[in-house]
Design a protein around this ligand. Sequence first.
Ligand SMILES: Nc1ncnc2c1ncn2[C@@H]1O[C@H](COP(=O)(O)OP(=O)(O)OP(=O)(O)O)[C@@H](O)[C@H]1O
Length: 284
Amino acid sequence: MTAPALQKSSPVAGQVVLDATDVTMRFGGLVAVNKVNFSVNEGEIVGLIGPNGAGKTTFFNCLTGLYKPTSGTVRYLGKTLKPQPVAVTRAGVARTFQNIRLFGNMSALENVMVGRYCRTSAGVLTSILHGPRYRREEKETVEKSKELLSFVGLTDVGDHLARNLNYGDQRRLEIARALATEPGLLLLDEPTAGMNPQETGEATDLIFAIRERGVSVVVIEHDMRFIFRLCDRVTCLVRGETLVEGTPAQVQSDERVIEAYIGSGPTHANKPATEKSLDEEAGA
Ligand SMILES: Nc1ncnc2c1ncn2[C@@H]1O[C@H](COP(=O)(O)OP(=O)(O)OP(=O)(O)O)[C@@H](O)[C@H]1O
């Protein structure tokens, strides 16, 4: 991947972009998300962590209209979001999934172009007739999609079928497709799952570059080193509730967070890194 290696900018205390209030999601008797309050400011990268089953993906699904929360409201730029995926995407919130969801038999370029279509205005009839407006928009869609492929470092594989791309490239392609919807906020569900350390480092640079484009980011991840290096703020969910919210330094040193992970029987990857282990890795 050839995404530009950017330095982390200082957190920007911009306006509130996303504002979720008292979001609750029940599945029968199970309360997967319980009265969670969560906000994202313009220019921020916010991490969402928590042991397996804490409710992170369910919360993402509530934010993006895949689930209609049992109660609570989700506002984007001050407007309440209709709990429907298309409405949420059109409003400016895009996401990727824990399990990659690409169109495997379409080329990488076509996958990105699919993302653009929620921003084009040519109606069905115009598209069928291939009128001038359709042709102009189609040309623009191809150009913008190519630019996004280049941005995520996939210039050379635009004509490859998505299913033939390696795993890391498929993850990057999902991000390019999400960016094609022109979001102001991007939600990434475990973007580095299955990546090696080099790919994870490249993903970090890519997310910083996304922020530089004016897109705020929320990221769910179990890789604590990745989260604590990347994020301006981190929220830790446990059993559907917010346990701790703060800066990476505050969260990684919070005994309650460490306890929550130990209580859940952590693997090494799941266990929050301490300040010391991060420093050691950085060669300090
Ligand atoms: N569609 C569903 N129906 C019933 N229960 C569900 C559903 N989706 C999630 N759950 C339950 O809700 C709880 C939270 O699950 P969720 O996948 O949101 O956790 P998570 O924090 O994302 O976990 P992981 O880190 O393992 O992905 C779990 O107990 C899960 O079994």
